[in-house]
Design a protein around this ligand. Sequence first.
Ligand SMILES: [Zn+2]
Length: 222
Amino acid sequence: MHPDDMRKALEAIGHILKRFAEPRLRESLGPAYMETLALQTNGRVMRQLPPDPSVLCRVLISRWDESFSQSADDQVLDLVHAVRKARDRHSHFVTTFTDEDRRHAIGAMRLLAIKLEGPSAAAEFDVLLGTRLTSDGPAGQSKAKAPHSSGYLDPEGLTAEQVQGRKLLCPACKEPIFKSWSSGWDGHAGHRCEGLSIQRPPLGDPAARKAEFKRRFRHLFR
Ligand SMILES: [Zn+2]
């Protein structure tokens, strides 16, 4: 992976974040939202949002409750934090930012892009990751096109007690996966889930994917 790939990915996610943020800021803060934000560059107040992921992540995080929480879930906020951290580490510690770091960071940006603009937004990041998914590959097949089957419970906002043994949408990818939660979670999280920031094997490590899943959805396990 070329070090320049990180810059390209940041550029791409910057435009996606800007498209997401602008209308929502305008709606919640009014047309003079740039004055309210009072973002500065070189001592001058910016007139419009730059497609700079660093600035945009900062705005999303600081204005999350009032401007963005209505139209995006907590996973988006988690990913915004992850992208911001990766971007900072990349710019401050560029010499120690490894290929693995880049891959992980671009994976998080890819997922954030999908969450904000749908599956087609992944394409740019897939090219950088060298894992362009084809519609006839196993990844394409697993992408359920059908609407979520009724009877599958969305675990969003629920507790372990409420979901134990139920038919459950995967809390990460929201596909109807679990016939009796939490049975089979490790196989899905390790190998198949498309809702994690770590790539699917062989690029990503199944153990790290399981750890991410367990960490994010600890509250759904007894
Ligand atoms: Zn999943």
